[in-house]
Structure formats: C-alpha cells, structure tokens
Design a protein around this ligand. Structure first.
Ligand SMILES: [Zn+2]
Ligand SMILES: [Zn+2]
Length: 350
C-alpha cells in the first residue's frame, strides 16, 4: 500500500509499505479521509518524535477486515476512528484525567512503525484497546464529516472544563478551524461569544458560526469594547486557540474576577511566559488547559456532527490526494485567509 512516511524534520515521503496485518481482536480499515492536525504539524516540523512514523489521526474509512474475536463490526462498515482511549480504571481515570492515563497515551492506530495514527496511508490497523472509540458513520453522512469527530471531541472536552452558564460571555481568540468549533459549540450552549482574529475573512466566518461579536484581536480599543459590553465586569471565560503568549495575557486581562482562561494551543514545551500571578491568586482567575480527546464524549460528538446540529462541512476548505500530503501539511502550517480544515483523501487517486 502507499503511505506517507515521516523520515525526519520536514521530510515526508510517499513510500510503499506492507498492508498492516491484524490480529483476532483488531480491525483493518481502508482510509477514506484524514484531517491534518496542528499537533502533527509540530511533530513534523520540529522533529519532536523519532522517525520513521506514519502520522494522521483524524481518520475515517471503511472496515475491510474484522478479527475473529471482534463483535459489532463487519466489513463494509463506514467508520470514524479514535486513536486514544483510556483504561477507565487507573488513578488518573478515576479522576477523569483521561489524557494522563498510560493506556490513553498509547496510540491505538497504526499504518506501520511506531504507532502514530497512520491516517496518511491507504490502510490502518485498529488495535483492540481503541475499538471503544470506533463510531459508525450514518449512510447520509460523509467520510469528511467522520474525520471531524476527533477534533470536535477535543473542543467539546475543553468546553466541559469551563464553568459557564447560559447567557454568559466568552472570548475565543483565534478563528481557525478549532477556534470556529469553540465559537459554534459555545453558542449552541447559549454562551455569547466574542470572537477575535487578525484576518477579516475569519471574523466574517466567526459571525457565520454564531459569534455575537467578531473583532480584530489587535484592535487598540478591544479592552474598552469588552468593558462596555460587560458593563465593566469582564468576560466569564476566554479560550486561547492560538499559540501566542500575548494572547494569554490579553485573555487574563479581559476575563472577570474568578473567570477562566483556557489554553488550547500551547503545546510546545520549554517556553516559559510571564504572567502576573496575582491575577490568579488575588483576582481568582483560573488558568487551565485541555489536551486531546475524551472517548466518553464520543457519542455526543457523533450526534452533534451527524445530525448536522453542528454542520462541520463548511470547516473543510481543501482536500489533497495522499501523494500531496506534504503540500497539505505545508498549507495547514501556513493558514491562508481562505483555508480552514485540510483533509487528505487516500482513495482519491485509486
Ligand atoms: Zn488532532
Ligand atoms: Zn487509565
């Protein structure tokens, strides 16, 4: 089969690999769509994990082989995959800190080499401990919609960490695909969103996705606008969906006392940032983060996407064949005004 193999920093190569062999408790899935995720881009650009690997974890496709001991699936099922599933039994899991669970940290889907998602390949092996996260795609929905379950799951997980009440106001900094998901999900929960971005096109999109206000993030009077909007109190929460430390300071300044600032894009280690810690101690503002997905939310995410109550289709702006995965990653790494979610479609060249 064809697969795009990471061979070192910024070195992705189309190679021929054996189709993965699956055991009696596993599935073989022919990949139809795999979204390009910023966490993969970072690994590819900065070489934070050793090669060789096949990345791609926002995957949907068709089951082509079912291990003899697997129940509930059959060849031909169209499915969305989930590559991290916790044990639900360890100390972390008992505290619902699923992303810290040792089982969760093992990647359960691979196209070969050290498991790394494998979605940039024609076939993936789905291991037994992630079968829990496999969701069937209804007939009327597309593989592209299926590939959006994983990213939307990560956003819903983050939203669950916020103590918000209907009518509250939240700031979402950054209106790329993830920021737009926050905007829409919060508005679906009757949270009134102030969306910011530096690109006017994205502010237009934010309004389409339901934001009450969409303002340039670098506007000199942004603080005055928020002040007036909230009658001096400040916002109830802020989500920082861009990896900018200035954005964190801005968010901390714009939320009210005892408000929450949630970091979603600060995934690079080793870059300490200066924040006034009295805003945490005296003003009781919570600084918190959320990383990756929560399999216990998967059914809710599937309902949202497949019912199209959250129609994810407008988020997908570009699709690339497998042979152009490097170009797909390059575009995702340098977002253009007209680019949002970028998806690789391995079947498109067959
Ligand atoms: Zn991802
Ligand atoms: Zn666990």
């Amino acid at each position: 089969m064809r697969a795009v193999v990471y061979r070192g920093p910024n070195d992705l190569r189309l190679e021929t690999l054996p189709v993965p062999r699956v055991g009696s408790t596993e599935l073989l899935v022919q990949v139809a769509a795999c979204g390009v995720c910023p966490t993969d881009i970072k690994k590819i650009q900065y070489g934070t994990v050793p090669p060789p690997r096949v990345f791609g974890h926002e995957t949907s496709g068709t089951i082509v082989r079912v291990g003899g001991r697997v129940r509930g699936f059959q060849p031909g099922d169209r499915v969305a995959l989930h590559h991290h599933v916790p044990c639900l039994d360890c100390h972390y899991c008992r505290h619902r800190a699923f992303a810290q669970c040792a089982t969760y940290k093992r990647t359960g889907i691979t196209a070969g080499f050290e498991p790394a998602g494998g979605g940039y390949a024609e076939y993936v092996r789905v291991r037994s401990f992630v079968l829990e996260g496999v969701v069937k795609i209804p007939r009327r929905n597309t593989f592209l919609e299926g590939a959006m379950l994983e990213p939307l799951n990560t956003v819903l997980k983050a939203v669950q960490r916020l103590r918000l009440q209907p009518g509250d106001r939240a700031l979402v900094i950054g209106q790329g695909p993830i920021g737009l998901m926050f905007t829409r999900l919060l508005e679906l929960r009757q949270i009134r969103v102030v969306a910011t971005d530096l690109m006017p096109e994205r502010l237009r999109l934010a309004r389409k996705f339901g934001a009450r206000h969409a303002w340039p993030g670098d506007h000199p009077r942004l603080a005055d606008r928020v002040h007036r909007l909230t009658r001096g109190r400040g916002l109830d929460a802020a989500i920082v969906a861009v990896p900018s430390d200035d954005a964190v300071r801005q968010a901390l300044a714009l939320v009210r006392g005892a408000g929450q600032v949630l970091l979603f894009a600060h995934t690079r280690r080793g870059h300490p940032a200066a924040v006034d810690l009295a805003t945490v101690c005296v003003d009781e503002k919570d600084l918190l983060g959320s990383y990756s997905s929560d399999v216990t939310l998967q059914a809710e995410v599937a309902r949202l996407v497949f019912s199209r109550r959250f129609d994810v289709r407008p988020l997908i702006t570009h699709t690339f064949p497998l042979s152009a995965t490097a170009a797909a990653v390059a575009l995702a790494a340098q977002p253009q005004p007209n680019s949002l979610k970028i998806v690789v479609q391995p079947l498109s060249e067959r």
